[in-house]
Design a protein around this ligand. Structure first.
Ligand code: NDP
Ligand code: 8X3
Length: 252
């Protein structure tokens, strides 16, 4: 088991759901001896998380930054602005993402198409491009990309979202091969249904439709995915858990 104490972790989409739980789980694994860079658009949520973590662990260092990953220039500016103390990123968790709507092709709002592609694909690729050269220089690092079961089993009404997650899968696979001669691990976790803000975002605030997704079901919780991310990052450095598909039993 590898120790993650003293490492620096950058998480996108850390204001909610899987990203937030991953911050908590990694902090817990390191017993607070860790540096976390938490990013998302809702910076007030990040500041709440920072407060919570700092009150729990004396040694923890948390840097929060507002970052909309759908805007490449903002990503570049953000990376330049990371304080020196947090600059050597050991673990990058590319988690920020969203689905918008369940509309069939021909009726999908182009703004929704753009938002899903820009956030889930362009954002993930741009941030990775910014961080990979730094990891190569240090010959060290873990990149965890949050894909989805939707990138493996596409469904009607999910043409864009499923395509974005298929893109994450193949981007991740290519990158892993490019970095095969380094000590950088490239990992994809592909969750099934996890009860987070995902459905409320997908249905644009319609709570009834969001609740319908999980009605009479026992979905995953964000900790299930966070636990896996901790597991993957604490293996011996040569052990790469390349891909994990994790779903609630009813999704088999
Ligand atoms: P949540 O909606 O709870 O969290 C999504 C996170 O992504 C939020 O922190 C949100 O922050 C952030 N985010 C969304 N858009 C942007 C953006 N443009 N820039 C920066 N951050 C953004 O959902 P989950 O925790 O479930 O989702 C996390 C990841 O898991 C996503 O990639 C999702 O596709 C994936 N996933 C989710 C599944 C599920 O069933 N829940 C299943 C499979 C995969 P903010 O709004 O503050 O910017
Ligand atoms: C989210 C999983 O199947 O609800 O990535 O679209 S699904």
């Amino acid at each position: 088991r590898a120790n993650i104490a003293k490492q620096t972790v950058l998480i996108t989409g850390a204001s909610s759901g899987i990203g937030l739980e991953t911050a908590r789980a990694l902090a817990d694994e390191a017993n607070g001896d860790i540096k976390l860079i938490l990013t998302a658009r809702r910076v007030e949520k990040l500041d709440e998380a920072k407060k919570e973590l700092e009150s729990k662990y004396e040694a923890i260092k948390v840097y929060t930054a507002s970052l909309d990953v759908s805007k490449p220039q903002l990503i570049k500016d953000f990376v330049k602005s990371i304080p020196e103390e947090f600059a050597d990123i050991d673990i990058l968790v590319n988690n920020a993402g969203l689905a918008l709507g369940r509309d069939p092709v021909g009726t999908i709002d182009i703004a929704d198409v753009q938002a899903m592609l820009d956030t889930n694909v362009l954002g993930l690729i741009t941030l990775t491009q910014e961080i990979v050269p730094r990891m190569i220089k240090r010959n060290k690092g873990d990149i965890v990309n949050v894909g989805s079961i939707a990138g493996r089993n596409p469904y009607p009404g999910g043409a864009i979202y499923c395509s974005t997650k298929a893109a994450v899968k193949f981007f991740t696979r290519s990158l892993r091969k490019e970095l095969a001669d380094t000590r950088i691990r490239v990992i994809e976790v592909a969750p099934g249904a996890v009860k987070t803000e995902f459905s409320i975002v997908r249905y644009k605030g319609d709570q009834e439709k969001a609740d319908e997704v999980y009605k009479d079901k026992d979905p995953l919780i964000a900790q299930d995915i966070a636990d896996f991310i901790v597991y993957a990052c604490t293996r011996r450095k040569t052990a790469v858990i390349a891909e994990a598909v994790i779903f609630p039993s009813y999704q088999a």
